[in-house]
Design a protein around this ligand. Sequence first.
Ligand SMILES: [Zn+2]
Length: 321
Amino acid sequence: MKRIYHFPLVLLIIPLILSCSKNEFSNEDQPKADSEILKIIEEINADSIASNIKMLENLGTRYALASNRREVSFTILKKFKSYGYTNARLDSFEVTLAKGCLIYTTWQYNVVAELEGTGYPDSLILIGGHHDCTLRATEPQNPLEFAPGADDNASGVAVTLEIARVLKNSMVNPRKTILFATFAAEEFGLHGSNHMAKAMADTSAKVQFMLNNDMVSYCSIQDSSLWYVNIIDYLNSVELREKAAQLCELYTSLKAVNNNEYQKYSDSYSFYLNNFPSLFFISFHDDPNYHSVNDLAVYQNLKFAREVAKLNCALIIDANK
Ligand SMILES: [Zn+2]
């Protein structure tokens, strides 16, 4: 599925020689790190991401048909409130979900919090990830009772929460409104994001871009010089992905790659279908515990997740400049 590419050595050496000779003349053209962005993203804390992944895992299950699904959303809502987001709210919707040959009509609950822009409050920047999780049918447990989903996708929720915490503390007056959202029922077909993206399209919301994080904390390699993040883009977000790759190099220890194989398989796709530019961040390192009872907090690489959070945060601050 996801692969790290191995180039022939000669193809690596030629551009290296060319870029060495070019750099003598073009150092001033190189983008430079912004001191304000550096100061803010430094506040992003791996322990805080870890504790939120553990908080979500400790709920036992976050399966969209489980009876605790409202409690799951309330737990995330309370966390936003504890960071000072008094406007945090549940965004409820009714949806029919199928499990095997059974059909259930259910209420589902997205969670939304807002940091209101002071210059252009109608201009929206959205960041989020799904909070539900699932298990493969071959797993030994019933997801109605147990589904830890630490990487998929407590990690994306924890990154969203951590950026919300840091921006609330350090960026009191963003020019544009920043919306933080966690989505319900992604595993049953992107339902939460579909609900939100359609509602935004119906009200002609001015969404500058949407950043989706799904499976962003698995990487078993300790050497950070070998860490890769896959930034998936869509037809209307190629430039945004190039910008993200540039900021990735400037502000993180991650290397950005672009493999769009999973383009349709997470919440960013709902926003793309409603014509909003969106990106999908996912670790490029295959997670062997995907949709299994072993997708546990203990196997996550929190320093890797911190770098992904720094990248998302840098993009959001940069868009507010
Ligand atoms: Zn996922």
